[in-house]
Design a protein around this ligand. Structure first.
Ligand code: PRX
Length: 645
């Protein structure tokens, strides 16, 4: 693999942070290296089990079973077990773009979760049933997930920015019988009528028997009397006590859809016991959690970061945290700093795209606020480039707070690689080293180990929070993640670089998955949305570097005979993508072409389109069948860039 990476010099961690660090981690690395099962047993023992497990891990790598025989409940571990000492502790500070502020204590959360759990039971939901959640970032979203967990229903949260069609696809794939939603969701000053989106999706989903609707806005909301019920009405009529369902450790906890290299998103399955252990242990280690922390992770519950580091991780540890409904740019550009100042946030966990956006707004804004409560900064979802790292470190952390750049995936369930500031120095642009109990190896095209340099990032031993499969698609699971015949390693789909001190830098995806503002978008999904448009014959989508979003989508489009390339058509195509997937997948540019570069067997050569868009010299063109098409596409691209300027 081509190697152009060079890591930066290490930045030492502020000694005061190290002195005050809660956990001294060295011994955990030693234990995990010598006896991984003993290490994971130690971590699992921090949770409450109804019945003990008889083995820490058994089975094969691809189908490893963790804590088999043990029973537990995620909601019980997040709530009930904290009651003796933290009933009145604030679990959630809920803020929004309109200046709204509510607090929810652990006992209030427990009460509401039990009521909704009973409400779901009254609608016929039982253990193993699938429930879709399509919600804004409000406390009821957390309640909905935990209520499912309490009764053993499998939740599938769909980010509320996804379109009706994308929601319907996920509901159908998982055969959900109930949808929990709200009448509105606040975003950039607008209340979006998300119940309308649900109604539209459900036209295609007759298997959904009920929707539960949180009244959250003053928007008019049509209710189907047979199918829809208000959340407050459902909770008004139920018992306030609901015993937690004892779940087998290997029972499915949730499904979360993510993009892959085909047009169909993958329903990633996570299991109760292993997921709980991964979420709690990584939360504690990476964020060096302390009793008086006020934590803020800016992710939406619709993504894995929202699952593990907004809902389950913090609540498993009994933490207090802020959740924010809206965009970090609204109502004004300093809202993030205002909230940190107001709530005395001590840990901020956000995405590089947000850091780059803040830095573009200038250095002065954060300095107008008191950020002295911060003690640790985190980053996730895409490479935190050194420039953004230094800005975050200087202007937000004031050269006092360490930064943890955490690498992981929907599939890994919890953080796999991150420096731990109590023992490691930080390298800007690097994610650091694998956590205790996680073993990674870079390999080259010949599957040989890369000790220093660039290679494919693989994980070589099972870990508790690893995915348990793709919903209803075992073959795709094997082919995607365990592609070699020996099934002896998990293949992440990322390339990475490892340097002389074993620090890892993530290079990016090696498949046709793009990372736009930290959101994973499969190019095939966008392409199939574009070709649904009547005028389009073929499309190829590639990523171009973007100063804020990391990558932006560029679509090369071949029109059917009889259609002319116009601005209206480009707008129509973009709208088609928004309707099929959601605004997060809207291409930035549509480039109309007379032909697309193809191999002799007719496959579009996206690699060459990528070279054009990224300004690279063209890679190997020996298999290219239509040289002229390539030259024309390059011209079209140059022309479009000149127009943009
Ligand atoms: O390419 C890697 C990138 O995000 C992908 C996983 O996306 P998703 O499943 O949506 O989960 C995102 C949040 C965990 C990875 O394959 N990625 C994730 N974290 C980092 C990263 N790239 C660079 N640095 C990171 N810290």
């Amino acid at each position: 693999m081509h190697d152009t990476c060079k890591t930066e010099a290490a930045v030492p961690v502020n000694p005061a942070f190290k002195e005050q660090a809660n956990i001294q981690h060295e011994h955990l690395y030693t234990l995990a290296a010598h006896d991984p099962q003993a290490y994971w047993n130690l971590q699992a023992q921090k949770l409450s089990w109804f019945t003990p497990y008889h083995a820490v891990m058994d089975g094969t790598f691809a189908h490893a079973r963790w804590f088999a025989g043990g029973t537990l409940n995620l909601a019980y571990n997040c709530l009930d077990r904290h009651m003796p000492y933290a009933a009145d502790r604030i679990a959630l500070y809920c803020a929004d773009e309109l200046g709204g502020m509510r607090t929810v204590t652990y006992s209030q959360l427990l009460e509401e979760v039990q009521k909704l759990a009973n409400g779901l039971k009254s609608l016929g939901v039982s253990k193993g049933d699938r429930v879709a959640i399509y919600m804004p970032m409000i406390s009821e979203a957390v309640v909905a997930m935990l209520a499912c967990a309490r009764i053993g229903a499998i939740h599938t949260v769909v980010f509320a920015g996804f379109s009706a069609q994308a929601l319907a696809d996920r509901i159908q794939d998982a055969s959900c019988s109930v949808v929990i939603t709200a009448d509105g969701s606040l975003r950039k000053g607008k209340m979006l009528a998300i119940k309308n989106t649900v109604d539209c999706a459900l036209e295609r989903c007759p298997e959904v028997k009920h929707t539960v609707v949180v009244q959250h806005s003053s928007l008019a909301c049509s209710m189907d009397l047979e199918r829809d019920i208000w959340y407050h009405d459902l909770l008004a009529d139920v018992d306030a006590v609901c015993a937690p369902e004892p779940m087998q450790s290997e029972d499915a906890a949730f499904i979360l859809y993510t993009s892959g290299t085909t047009g169909k998103p993958k329903g990633i399955i996570h299991a109760v016991g292993g997921y709980a252990v991964g979420a709690a242990s990584s939360m504690e280690l990476v964020f060096d959690v302390k009793a008086d922390d006020i934590y803020w992770c800016t992710a939406d519950v619709g993504w894995i970061t929202g699952h593990t580091y907004v809902v389950y991780g913090p609540l498993l540890l009994g933490m207090s945290q802020l959740i924010y409904e809206g965009a970090l740019s609204h109502p004004h550009q300093a809202i993030t700093w205002q909230l940190i100042d107001q709530y005395k946030v001590s840990i901020l966990y956000t995405a590089p795209t947000a850091v780059r956006m803040f830095s573009q707004w200038g250095d002065a804004l954060p300095h107008n606020y008191d950020l002295s409560s911060l003690r640790l900064l985190g980053s996730v979802g895409e490479p935190l480039n050194p420039q953004a790292w230094h800005w975050y470190y200087k202007h937000i952390g004031r050269e006092r707070c360490p930064i943890v750049d955490t690498w992981w995936q929907t599939e890994t369930g919890s953080i796999m690689i991150s420096s731990l500031p109590s023992i490691h120095a930080m390298k800007p642009g690097c994610v650091g080293k694998p956590l205790p109990g996680i073993t990674v190896e870079l390999v080259d095209d010949l599957r040989m180990s890369v000790q220093q340099g660039t290679g494919y990032l693989t994980i070589t031993t099972p870990w508790p929070s690893m995915m348990r499969g793709i919903w209803a698609d075992e073959a795709r699971f094997r082919a995607t993640y365990f592609p070699n015949d020996r099934y002896d390693r998990y293949v992440s789909g990322d390339a990475a670089h490892v340097d002389e001190t074993h620090d890892i830098m993530i290079v990016g995806r090696v498949d046709d998955v793009l990372n736009v503002s930290g959101h994973r978008i499969g190019t095939a999904e966008v392409e199939s949305a574009i070709v649904e448009y009547i005028a389009v014959a073929e499309a190829a989508v590639v990523g171009k570097p973007d100063a804020i979003k990391g990558q932006a989508l560029v679509a090369f489009v071949l029109l059917k005979d009889g259609y002319a390339a116009t601005e209206e058509l480009a707008v129509g195509i973009k709208q088609q993508v928004v309707a099929s997937i959601g605004a997060l997948a809207r291409p930035d540019e549509i480039i109309f072409c007379a032909d697309l570069p193809k191999t002799r067997s007719g496959k579009i050569m996206r690699r060459l389109l990528k070279d054009i868009v990224q300004g690279n010299t063209l890679s190997d063109v020996t298999t290219l069948a239509n040289q002229d098409a390539l030259a024309l596409v390059a011209q079209q691209w140059q022309h479009a860039q000149q127009e943009l300027r």
